[in-house]
Write a protein that binds this ligand. Structure first.
Ligand code: DGL
Length: 290
């Protein structure tokens, strides 16, 4: 089982790895469900585990059907609902939609028929960008579907109605990050090409609206210079999740949490690449049928 347990010193001795948790555990002791189209959501899980070390997480990467960023809204909604159904069956206490594309396109559809609280990455990311920008010129980058949805633009404008928002889809950055090409000439050329128009617009803040982009942070700084603030929605989402758990009195105290990984393709690549995204705790993953 793909579970890392740092400690067993828990009030509840029920195994956190998977299956039949519903009813067997108090709400507070249930895991948090996280899904993404594949590997990238591990950057969100990384931020979540740093903010909430005592929680158990169940991560689902829909590796058989990625990327979501080039798909139609109808398909993204369908896949996102299926991912949600899988995690709900695990008895989760909260759902985090780590995938920016799913959050941008499918969050309302997911939340409307889900009994547990659902948190996406768009609102927290937008809030962090609006807060970071001094002059109100904000760049947003993401997948084609995320940018086409206009979700980040709407969310930022609700918070800062006068903000000027410049967006750019950067699809090639996903395979570059997965290949580990984050600091070479190819990455530099590609990032420079994508960011050219945003740079010309004089943005003072760049919002990384895709799970993979935090891995290219250094390259963004190199291309845009140190004066442009780089904000990623993963960290902002983790802060939100912590706040929501506390408000709902669902936050666990102390202890060391676990992480279980599920994928829809053979796990080998997920484990290999996932280690770069999250760390050595990605030891194995369980393949589920789709
Ligand atoms: N996880 C996706 C996102 O954050 C990027 C990869 C994909 O297109 O599926 O939008």
């Amino acid at each position: 089982m793909a579970t890392r347990k740092k400690s067993t010193a828990r009030p509840s001795s029920i195994a956190a790895s998977n299956g039949n948790l519903r009813g067997a555990r108090a709400a507070i002791d249930r895991p948090i469900g996280v899904f993404d189209s594949g590997i990238g959501g591990l950057t969100v899980l990384k931020a979540l585990t740093a903010a909430l070390p005592g929680e158990d997480f169940i991560y689902l990467g829909d590796t058989a059907r990625l990327p979501y960023g080039t798909k139609s809204n109808e398909v993204i909604v369908r896949y996102s609902k299926e991912n949600t159904g899988f995690l709900l069956a695990k008895g989760i206490k909260m759902l985090v939609v780590a995938c920016n594309t799913s959050s941008a396109v499918a969050l309302d559809a997911i939340a409307s028929d889900t009994m547990v609280p659902v948190i996406g990455v768009i609102e927290p990311g937008a809030r962090a960008a609006a807060k970071a920008s001094r002059i109100g010129k904000i760049g947003v980058i993401g997948t084609e579907a995320t940018i086409a949805s206009g979700a980040y633009t709407r969310a930022i404008q609700r918070l800062s109605p006068r903000a000027e928002i410049y967006t750019r889809a950067c699809p090639l950055l996903v395979p570059l990050a997965e290949e580990g090409w984050t600091n070479n000439a190819v990455a530099e050329l590609t990032v420079a090409h994508y960011l050219e128009s945003l740079k010309q617009s004089g943005i003072d803040t760049l919002l990384l609206g895709c799970t993979h982009y935090p891995l290219l942070r250094e390259m963004f700084v190199r291309i845009l210079g140190p004066r442009v603030k780089i904000v990623d929605s993963a960290t902002a989402t983790a802060t939100d999740v912590r706040g929501r758990l506390r408000t709902l009195k669902l936050a666990r105290r102390g202890g060391a949490g676990s992480q279980s990984f599920f994928v829809t393709e053979t796990p080998d690549r997920f484990v290999r690449v996932g280690r770069r995204f999250l760390g050595p705790q990605v030891e194995s993953a369980v393949r589920i049928e789709r």
